[in-house]
Write a protein that binds this ligand. Structure first.
Ligand SMILES: Cc1ncc(COP(=O)(O)O)c(C=O)c1O
Length: 419
């Protein structure tokens, strides 16, 4: 209806201008992620959800937070609510440097910076390293939050194969060679080597070594994202790439979101000095600084040993849920369905028989009363239609068992319908 028609028909309505043409080229390509699109379905009452990528709120040490917050306000009064340095609160930077050193990552102060979640770290890394058209190598599948940050910088993403042992290093070399042969600049490789989101895969020590060796030969910067490394359920954790990094070619990100609580929005990155200096400038224009209140809470948690206590408490909590999900999959899933057996983290990755489509299966699954995230959007090369991500973090054990039963019924109904 035009403005004239609106007036003639007596309807009072203003004609809204179109803003589409004002958007930047990067914004025009932005899309809500598959996870956001799923939320309407997931939040329906009665749905068992294996979908969200969130830690369980049951693990958040709320009483300790309450006490710490009281103490922070009592001791520091208005000062706690002032702006802080862009790089982060000095005392917390020192404490985080020691925390990382205890995990085998030595750093100089100039190499360390605090961010509001690792997601901000990924966005800043992308802003300071990527020019439109630059190549970023990512795993197949890869974390959607990272690929969307790289896409916002108009990176060209190329996938590298991942198997149960980790990154296929021969494929990494091949992909790198192919991009270089086309005259394109590969800016970095992005990996989540421990209990990856979405697949739950953890790279073996041999693959970690091979990856670093290839990075050295190809003169490649490696961005290592490690929010789940401390959530291991079985053996001692495998060394981070950063702790094995001899020539400063790994930029490491880690976060307190999964160990303490994501609402504190505090994470850190450790990387080559020249890059971190630019990230600090980019961060200043992004948000001036992080939250001084959140950072003081994290500092108190580190000082009183709460973080190590939390890790010891939540590992068995998630391990039991992982065990329940794996046992239920074993009992319920029809032949031809495969899944990963993660030794940590929050996710199991399911592969349906070739030809089945996890996105199309959603309708049947929701009708059965269960939700998950289809795997396709985690693949930058358009493959993975027959995969899905399940989290065991949200639901309790009887609900996980019931949810897997429902999911298996949906899978069986679709396979008997000839996909
Ligand atoms: C692999 C990975 N990296 C980074 C993040 C971002 O976490 P945060 O911004 O809360 O630190 C997540 C969150 O789910 C993740 O799974």
């Amino acid at each position: 209806m035009s403005l004239g028609e609106a007036v003639v028909s007596g309807v009072y309505c203003a004609v809204m201008p179109s803003h589409e043409s004002r958007l930047s080229a990067a914004a025009r390509e932005m899309r809500f992620s598959a996870i956001r699109r799923m939320s309407a379905l997931i939040e329906r009452p009665g749905i068992i959800s294996f979908a969200p990528g969130q830690p369980s709120p049951e693990t958040f040490p709320v009483d300790a937070f309450r006490q710490i917050l009281d103490e922070v306000v009592e001791k520091e009064s208005a000062g706690a609510f002032q702006y802080i340095l862009t790089r982060g609160l000095g005392t917390l930077l020192t404490a985080v440097g020691e925390y990382a050193a205890a995990k085998g990552i030595r750093s100089k102060p100039a190499e360390l910076l605090l961010t509001e979640g690792s997601q901000q770290g990924l966005d800043l890394v992308s802003r300071v390293l990527v020019d439109p058209g630059d190549v970023v190598l990512v795993e197949l599948p890869s974390y959607i939050g990272a690929t969307s940050a790289f896409r916002a910088s108009r990176a060209r993403m190329t996938g590298v194969r991942l198997d149960e042992e980790g990154l296929d290093v021969a494929d990494l070399r091949r992909r790198h060679r192919a991009e270089a042969a086309e005259g394109r600049r590969v800016k970095f490789l992005y990996v989540v080597p421990s209990f990856q989101n979405p697949s739950g895969i953890s790279h073996s020590v041999a693959r970690r070594r091979a990856l670093l060796e290839a990075a050295r030969e190809l003169d490649l910067l490696v961005v290592e994202d490690d929010p789940y490394g401390d959530l291991y359920f079985e053996d001692d954790p495998r060394p981070t790439l950063k702790s094995m990094d001899e020539d400063s070619r790994v930029l490491y990100l880690s976060s307190f979101s999964k160990i303490l609580a994501p609402g504190l929005r505090t994470a850190f990155l450790i990387g080559p000095e020249e890059i971190v200096a630019k990230i600090e400038i980019a961060k200043q224009s992004a948000n001036l600084c992080g939250s001084g209140v959140d950072q003081r809470v994290i500092l108190a948690c580190l000082r009183r040993g709460l973080i190590e206590e939390q890790k010891a408490r939540i590992r068995p909590y998630y391990r039991k849920k992982r065990d329940a999900m794996l046992a239920a999959l074993e009992a319920e899933m029809p032949r031809g369905v495969r899944w990963t057996r993660p030794a940590g983290g929050l996710f199991v990755w399911v592969t349906l028989p070739e030809g089945m489509d996890a996105e199309k299966l959603i309708e049947a699954a929701v009708a059965e009363g269960v939700a998950y995230i289809p795997g396709g959007p985690f693949f930058v090369d358009g493959t993975g239609a027959n995969t899905m991500r399940l989290t065991f973090a949200k639901e309790d054990i009887p609900t996980i068992q019931e949810g897997v039963k429902r999911l298996a019924r949906a899978v069986k109904s679709q396979s008997s319908a000839g996909h």
